[in-house]
Design a protein around this ligand. Structure first.
Ligand code: FAD
Ligand code: NAP
Length: 338
């Protein structure tokens, strides 16, 4: 086994945090992974399964083993009427998978264009953007049980998907390594363009006939104009989830803040835009030396270079306390903290 020891993980996390890992190893096949899981380096140390490192904040040196997933391969495994089932290795880059679908005119993931990270992490937090979530196209996944070393198949119902949630972030946390994901896409796509600025952007682009490519391009244009590129400014996307509150809490907030950005859900609950809450309290653009809150997007915490993960974590705690004090709402971190 090829273990690296005491290495910097700077290049493996989009926040650009320079901490060290005690051990580091990569795997490109399921059998590599199973062999790795039987080594003393893995068995006797805490493990961090790593994809693109775009949803983690490292607050200290990692006193364990980082296992980087490089399992590749995209294949159509079944076609059934208008549907096509595509299996992808967990180590594929998510956006490369999206591009594959667009080239082949398979619909379903175009709204999820340009989300950083790996295919294997897509079910972890049920990635979502512009009104589409992975649960809408998910069919099944394969994962290796770290205890038994057996491969298991999880169907949709087994994953307990929720808003930026799945069973793998909750009761099965750290128990499995996802090795492949199968998605069910459509050869007769139905487009979802009502969310955010997509319709406007399609108009600006002069699009006359909708296609998966046109919707993907519109999403890419919007994302590139709004979100910091991690290659230029370290970040992990939205640091917090949008909170969901009950009707009574919402009425109380609305009475004091009539403009509160809100999206009613079923069962009388209301989703609040965490970015609006943070912005309203004046945090947007706040810079503390080499880190802070992004100037255009209050949900995104940023590392301008050389920041410590612990400082960014402490900033997130201050924002959470402020939101709790002023709005009475508990924010929850979306980013995984190590
Ligand atoms: P990592 O950061 O490598 O890992 C995240 C967590 O999943 C870790 O706990 C890790 O241990 C675990 N994990 C990763 N792979 C596996 C595996 N194969 N098996 C078991 N556990 C695993 N997210 C959205 O939902 N929507 C967005 O629109 C969005 N936009 C973003 C924009 C930017 C600029 C950035 C930087 C991030 C954005 N994100 C978004 C967050 C992030 O891209 C996603 O959560 C993505 O799925 C993370 O993938 P990753 O491979 O980088 O995961
Ligand atoms: P936006 O379009 O400015 O919207 C702000 C917030 O309002 C979003 O959080 C979104 O919730 C919500 N919203 C907007 N229109 C909505 C609608 N029609 N119905 C329900 N909720 C609505 O957001 P943005 O920051 O530019 O991001 C655009 C999309 O990309 C969003 O879906 C966002 O989740 C996603 N994104 C996610 C991350 C991440 O790291 N998780 C990072 C960047 C962008 P939702 O977040 O629930 O969609």
């Amino acid at each position: 086994m090829n273990f690296k020891q005491d290495i910097s993980v700077l290049q493996y996390n989009t926040f650009g945090i320079d901490v060290r890992a005690k051990y580091f190893a990569e795997f490109s096949t399921e059998s590599d992974l199973i062999n790795l899981l039987q080594t003393s380096e893995v068995k006797n140390n805490e493990q961090l399964i790593l994809g693109g490192g775009s949803n983690i904040l490292l607050t200290q040196n990692f006193d364990g083993i980082v296992l980087k997933n490089n399992i590749k391969g995209i294949e159509v495994i079944k076609e059934e009427g208008e549907f096509v089932y595509i299996k992808s290795g967990a180590g594929e880059v998510w956006h490369e998978f999206v591009l594959y679908c667009i080239e082949n005119n398979y619909g379903g993931v175009e709204n999820l264009s340009l989300i950083p990270g790996s295919v294997g992490a897509s079910p972890m937090q049920n990635i979502g953007a512009y009104g589409v979530e992975i649960k809408d196209v998910f069919y099944s996944l394969e994962a290796v049980n770290k205890e038994t070393l057996q491969k298991e198949v999880f169907l949709h119902k087994d994953c307990e998907f929720g808003y930026r949630e799945s069973v793998f972030k909750r009761k099965l946390k750290n128990k499995y390594v996802i090795t492949s994901v199968t998605y069910k896409l459509s050869k007769k796509p139905e487009f979802n363009i009502s969310y955010g600025a997509i319709t406007q952007e399609l108009e600006n682009m002069g699009v006359k006939e909708l296609s998966v490519k046109a919707v993907s391009d519109a999403v890419i244009n919007i994302r590139e104009s709004k979100l910091p590129n991690p290659k230029e400014i370290g970040n992990a996307g939205s640091f917090f989830k949008n909170p969901v509150v009950d009707a009574a809490t919402f009425s109380r907030i609305k009475a004091k803040f009539p403009n509160v950005a809100n999206y009613p859900l079923e069962n009388e609950e209301v989703k609040l835009a965490a970015g609006w809450l943070i912005d309203t309290l004046g945090w947007k653009g706040k810079t503390l030396g080499n880190y802070g809150v992004h100037k255009n997007q209050a949900l995104v915490l940023v590392n301008y270079g050389g920041a410590k993960g612990k400082d960014i974590y402490d900033l997130s705690s201050k924002i959470m306390e402020d939101v709790k004090e002023k709005f009475g709402v508990e924010l929850e971190r979306e980013v995984n903290i190590y």
